[in-house]
Design a binder for this molecule. Sequence first.
Ligand code: SF4
Length: 546
Amino acid sequence: MGKESCVAAIGQAGENLVNLAVVMNGSSHSAGGHGAVFGSKKLKAIGVKGTGSVKIGKDKKELMDLDAYVMKEIVGANNQHVVPSTPQPWSEFVYENSRWTAREGLTWGASEGNIDTGIAAPGDVNKVGYRTMKAIKDLGPVAAKYTVRMGGCQSCPIRCHAQMNIPQLEQYGVSPYAANTCMGWFSPAGVMFKGTKDQKEEGDGNMITRALGSQLADDYGVWCNYGSIGRDFQYAYESGILKNVLPEDEYNSIPWNLLEAGDPAFLKEFYRRITFKEGEFSHLGDGTYHIAKRWNFGADYWDTKKYSMWSPLGFPKHHASDESYQVGAIINCMFNRDAQSHSHQNFISSGLPVDVLKKIAEKLWGSGDAIDPPANYTPMNQYKAKFAKYGVIRNCLHDSLTLCNWMWPLTASPLKERDYMGDTSLESKYFSVVTGIDTTEEELDLMGERVFTLHRALTVKEMGTTDMRGKHDLMVNWIFDIDPDKKPFTEGTIKMDRDDMQLALTMFYKEMGWDEKTGAPTRATLERLNMKDVADELAKLGLLPA
Ligand code: SF4
């Protein structure tokens, strides 16, 4: 179709109707587990060819001025981290885990000219794309010399997808060129849970494993359920379940010696069997909920932190209570998959000290008590409920507006002269300029609230119950039972309190205008959000709270 085109396609996993099949849109860009929907319609791909320019509603100078402001004053590195990972002359803070990894001497080692990421200070707009040297975050220090450049999504200045040239991949019959980010790299390492063996230098076994697995998963079009495919496999193997459920000849046909030896060639077996639905083993591609039922997983799967599950409905934690306490817990309860929401986490992990974050929180949600210091959290309060609502609503807005929730909302800024305050009105400003429809931050947030309340109403309808608290907003036991010698709300633990979490749900339901007992949307709220038709439909089905 030519260079002006863009293609969304399924791989063989989608063709074979594997539950965990994705729609791929270029290497390292994929969408959840929708590939089998394409496959069921015998739809291999959709190609789009651009034939013109994108028109905007207002004067283009307004858009360019807005871009300049964001690039100079607001934007940070990936995940809107606004503090560097190493000491820099421009920053008063350092945060070791920051994704703002650029520094002098850290290069894209496989690039022409061995480009140095250098000092990429705030305001230096032409170096924004150097800030996030994510190859070393995702693949380890050894990855620097195999990095061609950082790539990313269309038009995004951040560039958080590492583009690699790893010649060692060719021994497995795949291209040496690999690109991915985050879980795309991590998940294959989860499959190789026995560890990886270095080949020539320290850390290269891990890098090669991640790169090979990401290529196989992307080429076949297999989703990892936010890493759960590896954890499901690990549990089934370690518990002995796999040996029991697989026919003996099938079990013996699997090259376990490769897994035990940390040889990434095992990944070729793993992904191929799932993709082509080879034998009982391939049911790992059904997803956690189904495989746990089919293979009768024990309670220990859900109740052990190591397996990272969040909900008995079959999805894993994703920036949950272990990182942001009640706020993360509420957000993880709200979705029907892992909570793919970074609105709260980007702010908490921005790298700014807690006292700075608290000042910003006070302006946005009424009190610094909306956030807690690490592993020293406090009981639920109304400010946390407001913060959680902000997180959920902005996430829905970003998905609807096609903004990246891995960056947005831009709640913090790297600039001291702004008191590190970001700009939460930016989504509405961009919306106004692009559409030509003047829209305030409050009006746009109301649209986000409408989107998420409709999502909730659909969940009520599909589950056939208003009892969201008892049937949907569930949490696994490990979050309440870890650290048996410690009590919740004491320093040094992430242990949650059962009563406090029920109170947290009640306070969040109240913020959303939902029924405080069940967590289902009420008629009054649906009508306030212009969804009388939804209220009428739920009433007809007997699914409106009394
Ligand atoms: S849009 Fe998001 S995921 Fe894509 S390159 Fe930018 S920060 Fe990364």
